[in-house]
Structures are given as C-alpha cells and as structure tokens.
Design a protein around this ligand. Structure first.
Ligand code: GLP
Length: 244
C-alpha cells in the first residue's frame, strides 16, 4: 500500500494498532505486539502517544516484544533500543513495564542461547504475536536478520553487516563504536506473527524495497522471504515505492 507521505501512512498504522488493542480489550484479552526500532516507526509511536493522550486509549492490556538489541549494550546507554523505546513510546503511555520485552544486551555470552530460547517460548506461551511491525535495513535486513539468515531462523546472536554498522555510525559517533553483534528475533519468529506490517519511507529505501517486493526470494535479501507469507503488508510512501 502506497500513501502520499509517511505522516499519513504512520497514522494509518497507528490506528491499526489501536484498533487491535481495543478489540482485544473488548474481549478481555491482551494484544501481543512485535515492535521495531529505527527512524521508520517513530511517527507511528508519536501517533500512538497522541491517541493515548487525546482519546484515552489504554495500553494496560498490551504486551510487547522488541525485535532486537545491539550486543553488548547496556539498557542505560543512549544508543540502546531500551532507551529508544522508552523515549519514543513507553514513557508516554500507561503500559505496564513488566509487559515489555527487549533482548538483553548485557548477558554473558554463554547465557545468550538460553535467553533466546526463553524469548521465543514466552511469545509462544502468550499465544503468539498478533501484529509485528518492521522497518527494513539497506542490506534487506528485517530485525537484524542480515543477508545469509535462514527462513526458519529463531532468536539468536548475529553479526552485523558492514553497511548496517555504517548506517548506525551517526548514532554512535563513528562506525568503530557500533557494536559488531546484536540479538535479534529470527525470520521464523517474525513469520509466526498473525499479521506483519513492513514500513518504508524515503528515496533511500527505494532500491531495497524493489528487491524485497519484486526480487527473487533469497537469503541475500532476507526481506524477500516476506513474499512467502499471506499475512504481510508493505506500507510505503511514494518515494520508497518509486522503483516498483
Ligand atoms: C535497524 C533496526 C531495524 C530497522 C533498520 C532500519 O538496523 N534493527 O529493525 O528496521 O535499522 O532503520 P531505519 O528505520 O532507521 O531506516
């Protein structure tokens, strides 16, 4: 779906999320959301905060799982996805922070495997993700599933692609300061969500969007795996869609 601009698109996505939350509230159920970081979803989070404040929609029945976190990464570090999520969303809504899950960037390396299995298990035990939102990296990554990721991959420790670290260098004051690794939900984890929305804005994303939507399905561009799912919607502005 192509919208005139990212503002309109972000509002549509935010409304889809709050509609889900409200429909779950009416049934006395929780909404289980998969959340993304990066610049792309910021407008969605801003709109969710607005809807919460102006329309009084509560996030008390919302349980969230973030896609990824750098490794190593302290949750108090300004570049952490924990701080990103608090500043852009969690600090401004009434979510119970016990319901928030973000991969732990502080674990000793030998504990990561068990942590990743328990992250997957928690999602499954809660009934699975109702909705996963995604951005897309210029390598074609979703979450931090870089080229080479298997379609059935689970939550795990991964090595970041050079281009991904270059793209993150502004946040870290130089590529040399960007962690070389991250913990990410897998492609398989993302695929289990009942609904997936991938968002992309700006000309900068046009060529990777063309590959993701129209290119051959391959591990070279992990976002192409999304072509295999019936539950995926790509939501773009005109610039991101300009090469389709
Ligand atoms: C990061 C995140 C991804 C995100 C991507 C694109 O690497 N781990 O989840 O989709 O970058 O970022 P942006 O939205 O800033 O372009």
């Amino acid at each position: 779906t192509v919208y005139a601009n990212q503002d309109i698109a972000s509002k549509k996505v935010a409304r889809r999320i709050t509609d889900l939350i409200v429909s779950k509230q009416l049934k006395g159920e929780n909404a289980i959301l998969g959340l993304a970081t990066g610049v792309t979803p910021i407008g969605v989070y801003r709109e969710l905060v607005r809807i919460h404040k102006e329309e009084g929609i509560s996030f008390k029945n919302v349980i969230t799982f973030n896609l990824d976190e750098y490794f190593p990464m302290k949750p108090t570090s300004p570049q952490s996805y924990v701080i990103f999520m608090k500043e852009n969303l969690f600090n401004h809504i009434d979510i119970n922070m016990d319901n928030v899950h973000i991969p732990d960037g502080t674990l000793p390396i030998e504990e990561i495997h068990d942590f990743c299995l328990s992250y997957e298990r928690k999602i499954t035990e809660l009934g699975g993700l109702d909705l996963q939102i995604l951005g897309i990296g210029r390598t074609g990554h979703i979450g931090f599933n870089e080229p080479g990721s298997a379609p059935n991959s689970g939550t795990r420790l991964v090595t970041l692609d050079d281009l991904t670290r270059r793209d993150a260098s502004r946040d870290f004051g130089g590529k040399e300061n960007v962690p070389t690794k991250a913990i990410t939900m897998g492609i398989g984890t993302i695929f289990k969500a009942r609904e997936i929305i991938l968002m992309a804005w700006n000309q900068k994303k046009a060529s990777i969007i063309k590959k993701a939507v129209e290119g051959e399905i391959s591990a070279e561009v992990p976002a192409t795996y999304l072509q295999l799912s019936e539950n995926v919607e790509f939501i773009m502005d005109q610039d991101a869609a300009s090469e389709l």
